[in-house]
Design a protein around this ligand. Structure first.
Ligand code: ATP
Length: 439
């Protein structure tokens, strides 16, 4: 077995994602829509697994973070207080010739990347998607689809504090959709107009913020490595002064080496007390914490690890991709971490025209399905069935053959090593669950 290459070009990945049912273009039958993608049967599993392990690691397994699920629609004044109405903008340039629009920092000065035409001077363009609440479309009913989940956690700071009786430091975590009217959505699911975020707002005492910031940067970096991303493809990048967002004292990006270059997976910012102060000022409500130690009301500082589910999914897909030569034939494998793999086990009868084999295989699959995502497939020859499972990253295949009827055992094939072991049927479930780890 020779591993030929582990990096994949985007075209190959996009085509695999469509062919195997990970990601489809939105509204494809109408020619597609820019910046929106649909997750197919295996893509939705991958995404759910990413969100589940994140939630488990952040909320379930920690004592200091609680969850929240705030609405996508919020009071329009939230976006004034947050600074989004005023400064959530990108510089935009138009091509005078082909009329296409680009982000000024994505193109070479003055030249259209599509037709070589002359570009206009940059103008500021607000990235928030507008919508209207109620039947009348006027200024009074105008609001926005949230461009980040963060604000839902800031405005609920008091509610969560009171309901959960937390002491500093503590955090609120949320997973949800966010919308940005990106000028140039691109690189598949990397930059889209509708996406999901996994965000933590971690409230700390002023003065301890830099230490907590550092801790979260390290922790979040390790999280990606824990679920299988090669460390050599991950790096940290600190924002320079002029790149820092208006609320940020310091931001570190965790970047992944995508086929199109290093790009941000997650940003970890020290937002200081900016957000709570802004909302207190704007709403007239107190947004403080009573510190028993000093006997005073303080405004906590906030450390924000903010990652994208879709970008994480794309990085896990890219990173899992392997092409190998097996007996002179190409084998494509997605070597997902078992916790992220969309399907954990596939049960395959060697011969689909033998009813006893099919019945036994279906029985085994039905039993496994109670515990893990299991797939039964008899629609092709065994070689093809293995190839299909390799391409969606299924860690184990259980093959039921003619001998199984006599020795009541089956063959378990492991995805990466392709090693096959004979296991008695009554032991199959425990054998697989143990090898799959904590799923
Ligand atoms: P970029 O510089 O790439 O536009 P950003 O710095 O504006 O990203 P943040 O505001 O820090 O991004 O958002 C936090 C996370 O949300 C990002 O790290 C990314 O994973 C995700 N995200 C942001 N914008 C998009 C988008 N348009 N499509 C997909 N994911 C996104």
């Amino acid at each position: 077995m020779v591993e030929e290459k582990t990096t994949v070009d985007m075209e190959t990945l996009v085509s695999l994602c469509k062919r195997r049912g990970f990601i489809f273009q939105s509204s494809e039958i109408y020619g597609g829509v820019g910046g929106s993608w649909d997750y197919g049967p295996f893509g939705v599993e991958l995404k759910r697994n990413i969100k589940n392990v994140w939630w488990r690691d952040i909320v379930q397994r920690r004592d200091d973070i609680v969850g929240l699920d705030a609405g996508i629609l919020m009071h329009p004044r939230v976006w004034e207080a947050s600074g989004h109405v005023e400064s959530f903008t990108d510089p935009l340039v138009d091509c005078k010739n082909c009329k296409k629009r680009f982000r000024a920092d994505h193109v070479e000065e003055g030249v259209c990347p599509e037709c070589g035409g002359e570009l206009t001077e940059p103008r500021l363009f607000n990235l928030m998607l507008k919508t209207f609440l109620g039947p009348v479309e006027d200024d009074a009913s105008l609001t926005y689809l949230r461009p980040e989940t963060a604000q839902g956690m800031f405005v609920n700071f008091g509610n969560v504090l009171e309901a959960s009786r937390r002491k500093l430091p503590f955090g609120i975590a949320q997973i949800g959709k966010a919308f940005r009217n990106e000028i140039t959505p691109r690189n598949f699911t990397f930059r889209t107009r509708e996406f999901e975020q996994m965000e933590i707002e971690y409230f700390v005492k002023p003065g301890t913020d830099e230490e907590w910031h550092q801790r979260w940067v390290e922790e979040r970096f390790e999280w990606y490595a824990k679920y299988g991303i090669g460390r050599e493809f991950l790096r940290l990048r600190e924002h320079e002064g002029d790149e820092l967002a208006h609320y940020s004292k310091a931001t570190h990006d965790i970047e992944y080496l995508f086929p199109f270059g290093w790009a941000e997976l997650e940003g970890i910012s020290n937002r200081t007390d900016f957000d709570l102060r802004q909302h207190a000022l704007s709403s007239g409500r107190e947004m403080t914490y009573f510190d028993e130690e000093s006997g005073t009301h303080i405004v906590p500082y906030i450390i924000e690890p903010s990652g994208g589910v879709d970008r994480a999914a794309l990085a896990f897909l890219v990173d899992a991709y392997r092409e190998e030569k097996v007996r002179k034939r190409k084998r494509v494998v997605l070597s997902f971490h078992p916790e992220l793999a969309p399907v954990k086990v596939a049960v395959l009868p060697l011969l689909r025209n033998r009813p006893e084999l099919v019945a036994l295989a279906k029985e085994i699959a039905a039993d496994l399905r109670l515990h893990v995502m299991t797939m039964y497939d008899d629609t092709a020859s065994i070689g093809r069935l293995y190839r299909r499972q390799d391409e969606i990253g299924t860690p184990f295949c259980v093959t039921v053959d003619v001998e199984s009827l006599e020795d009541t055992a089956v063959t378990i094939r492991e995805r990466d090593s392709m090693e096959q072991t004979r296991v008695p049927i009554p032991e199959v479930k425990d054998n697989l669950l143990a090898r799959l780890g904590t799923v």
